[in-house]
Design a protein around this ligand. Structure first.
Ligand code: SF4
Ligand code: SF4
Ligand code: FES
Length: 238
């Protein structure tokens, strides 16, 4: 097994060749902010919150999709990165309609957690107030596109873990949105097994259990890592 040795925030770490910076950071006990990344799902590098500085490079690289190389010297918490992350979070808030006080995820939202972590108290960007819909056609779940940050965790978990492929990304650029089935109401998509994995994976209040209050919200995100390990090691019982 080839090993790569590197430094992250002045900590020495050795990881298997092919590991990502995110995985190496985890090994070193360094926490890098992330929104699109979820252990157990393939990384996509969509949110850009995990950008890090690498000595000798004049551009920032996303930790979740960049493989380590020998002798890398990485910084994850410089003031440049903190400013950048704050700006990225402010843009996410300005692009959607996030009214935390009336959101089912209030107090249990990864976007909120990151906003607090980067010290955001308001967005310096003009709020766009997009006109987006809410789909309550599914018997048990709902999706409020106003709170969707296009992280694609729902798309990946449904495809890679559940194997149902209910979700996709529709359109392009600023008008991108998450679609169910062939742009059908969620409740009409036969492929949906109602497993609830997309509800667990969603980092915000965009996908939710119907009738769930903020206090009742529970998410078990560790189960994807468990499921993908079980799949790789063929631990299934059926
Ligand atoms: S999804 Fe998170 S950030 Fe957005 S309104 Fe809900 S609690 Fe606030
Ligand atoms: S619905 Fe949730 S999980 Fe899916 S892309 Fe939007 S924020 Fe991400
Ligand atoms: S966590 Fe790396 S780009 Fe989103």
């Amino acid at each position: 097994m080839a090993v790569r040795t590197l430094k992250i925030d002045d900590k020495d770490v050795a990881v298997e060749a092919g590991a990502t910076i995110m995985e190496a950071a985890q090994e070193a006990g360094v926490q890098i902010p992330r929104l699109c990344h979820l252990e157990g799902l393939s990384p996509v590098g969509a949110c850009r919150l995990c950008l890090v500085e690498i000595e000798g490079l004049n551009k920032l690289l996303p930790a979740c999709v960049t493989e380590v190389w020998e002798g890398m010297v990485i910084q994850t918490q410089t003031s440049k990165l903190q400013d950048y992350r704050r700006m990225a979070v402010e843009l996410i808030f300005a692009e959607g309609n996030h009214v935390c006080s009336i959101c089912v995820a209030n107090g249990n939202c990864e976007l909120q957690d990151v906003a607090i972590e980067v010290g955001m108290d308001h967005s310096r960007f003009p709020y766009r107030f997009p006109d987006r819909g809410v789909d309550l056609s599914h018997e048990r779940f709902g999706i409020d596109h106003n709170r969707c940050i296009l992280c694609t965790r729902c798309v990946r978990v449904c495809d890679e873990v559940e194997g149902a492929h209910v979700w996709d990304v529709g359109s392009r650029g600023a008008s991108c949105f998450i679609v169910s089935g062939l742009a059908q109401p969620w409740g009409e998509v036969d492929a949906c097994t109602s497993c609830g994995k997309c509800v667990d994976a969603c980092p915000t209040g965009a996908i939710f259990h119907k009738g769930e209050t903020t206090g009742e919200k529970q998410r078990d995100r560790d189960k994807f890592a468990f499921l993908s390990t079980a799949r790789e090691e063929q631990q299934w019982t059926r």
